[in-house]
Design a protein around this ligand. Structure first.
Ligand code: XMP
Length: 505
């Protein structure tokens, strides 16, 4: 987004009147006006940005919460064209290893494969496998000069009767390998033809320079990579949360090639966030998203400090109690509008964080000015969210809790820092969130299909062919309580809930 000149948009008049009345609105207060359209929902272009240099193929991002985004969600979101922000309620090493799992998910080619030496014993190899928690069982075997001499796989281990024998005694010596320049497609074909699960890649001296693993390669070949959100090196895009002055964590994340970091705080318009932001922008080449704020003046300060993206939302979240406990915050629709208006001048994308209850809130948030929407509760019941499925009252559930809930703050320093209580004793914690359950919803792509297509439909009604057009063309009408009731199913006993509409009880 280049720096932009002020332009008058249809929604400006609406929000001017709202401001004149000293009011602020949220999603349920409004609906988008429908307009003349030549756009079919399946034709719309959903490309957008999370921050200046982080693209999105769909404008949806999963929240940096310990019941929403770890590597499974990060992978799932990026495969769908969106993005996951991996939470920071864990040690920096652990968070970095989760980032690595997202980054290496599409790595058909592994350039530093784990090899074993031909004179290592089976016992030594098995011990190493256990210590390093390797989940794979196939290892290229090399001589003292790193030259490929064989391969050991699960069968060799399973049928080995004496663990003191050396690798060279049980390895398979007839190895199918390929030269350095072998690409993904060719490697796939070689592995299919030879029925080999691993293809070592060697240079002219037979030194091993990498391997292809069939499971990964076939996953890439079978799916549609055009829809994935990938970086220049073809890896899935990953983002992660950090705290104030969290430089050790930052360095570990950068080492694992994280694409962007989010300075994740409940209030970003503070000296400590601004100083952290400036320090990162001065010393590292990485996109930094700062959040959360809900006022235009805060956006201005963060923009001047170098933010590449800004996250808006103070208290709209489904598990938040900040507005109730601290009495602050602006209803989310007005917050997004005010902040986007300022961010537009600086060419910075806004992410609307929190408060999305139905897919219809997504085009509303974008129409108000956001470039992307962050969701917690809408994704927390999926298989990809961390945590086990719980049985209760004859139904399946998953735990969803606020990062400022007592449970999250008691367990994790990251949560206490987010709510400025890092030095508080456990008994003195002041919660700004609750802990609860969400119905189990199954696989992420099924749930996201509904959200993405809800957005597409909204854009079709507005006549917006892409995300920028939705922001430019959107206009709103204020609805009454009766209008809201009318919008929901009424005067009917629902006998079958569709997959995109249910009221959590
Ligand atoms: P949704 O509505 O998608 O909101 O469930 C997710 C967003 O809520 C924020 N968040 C919190 N806010 N207290 C708060 O006031 C909390 O304990 C809390 N935990 C998460 C966060 O911005 C998240 O993305």
């Amino acid at each position: 987004m280049p720096k932009n000149k002020k332009k008058e948009l249809p929604k400006d008049k609406f929000f001017k009147k709202v401001e004149e009345m000293k009011m602020a609105l949220t999603f349920d207060d409004v609906r988008l006006k429908s307009g003349y359209s030549e756009i079919m929902p399946d034709q719309v272009d959903l490309n957008s940005k999370f921050s200046k240099n982080i693209p999105l193929k769909i404008p949806l991002v999963s929240a940096a919460m310990d019941t929403v985004t770890e590597h499974q969600m990060g992978i799932g979101m990026a495969l769908l064209g969106g993005l996951g922000v991996i939470h920071k309620n864990m040690a920096p090493e652990e968070q970095a290893s989760k980032v690595a799992k997202v980054k290496y998910y599409l790595n058909g080619f592994i350039d530093k494969p784990i090899c074993v030496r031909q004179n290592q014993t089976v016992a030594e190899i098995l011990r190493m496998k256990e210590e390093k928690e390797f989940s794979f069982n196939t290892f290229p075997v090399v001589d003292g000069n790193n030259r490929l001499v064989g391969i050991i796989s699960r069968n060799d281990f399973d049928f080995c009767q004496e663990n003191s024998v050396q690798a060279k005694e049980i390895m398979s010596k007839s190895v199918i390998s390929a030269p350095k320049e072998t690409g993904l497609k060719k490697a796939y074909q070689i592995m299919i033809d030879s029925k080999k699960k691993v293809l070592p890649i060697i240079d002219k001296d037979r030194k091993i320079v990498g391997i292809y693993v069939f499971r990964d390669v076939s996953r890439i070949m079978m799916k549609n990579p055009a829809g994935y959100n990938t970086d220049k090196s073809g890896q899935l895009i990953a983002a992660a949360a950090i705290g104030v002055n969290d430089f050790e964590r930052l360095e570990m994340l950068i080492e694992k090639k994280v694409n962007a970091v989010v300075i994740d705080t409940a209030h970003a318009d503070t000296k400590s966030v601004i100083e952290t932001l400036k320090e990162i922008k001065k010393n590292y080449k990485i996109d930094v998203i700062a959040g959360n704020v809900s006022e235009a003046t805060s956006v201005k300060r963060l923009a001047k400090a170098g933010a590449d993206g800004i996250k808006v939302g103070q208290g709209p979240g489904s598990i938040c109690t900040t507005r109730i406990v601290a009495g602050i915050g602006s209803p989310q629709l007005s917050a997004v509008y005010k902040c986007s208006k300022e961010a537009f001048k600086h060419g910075i994308p806004i992410c609307a964080d929190g408060g999305i209850k139905f897919s219809g809130d997504i085009p509303i948030a974008i129409g108000a000015g956001a470039s992307s929407v962050m969701m917690g509760g809408m994704l927390s019941g999926t298989k990809e969210a961390p945590g086990d499925v719980i049985f209760r009252d004859g139904r399946q559930w998953k735990i969803y809790r606020g990062m400022g809930s007592i449970g999250a703050m008691e367990e994790h320093k990251g949560s206490r820092e987010r709510y400025l209580q890092s030095s508080s004793a456990k008994k003195e914690l002041v919660a700004e969130g609750v802990e609860g359950l969400k119905p189990y919803k199954g696989e992420l792509n099924k749930v996201m299909f509904q959200y993405i297509n809800g957005l597409r439909r909204g854009m079709g009604y507005v006549g917006a062919g892409n995300i920028e057009e939705l922001r430019d063309k959107a206009d709103f009408i204020r609805i009454s309580g009766a209008g809201k009731d009318e919008s929901h199913p009424h005067n009917v006993i629902i006998t079958r809930e569709p997959p995109n509409y249910s009221i959590d009880r």
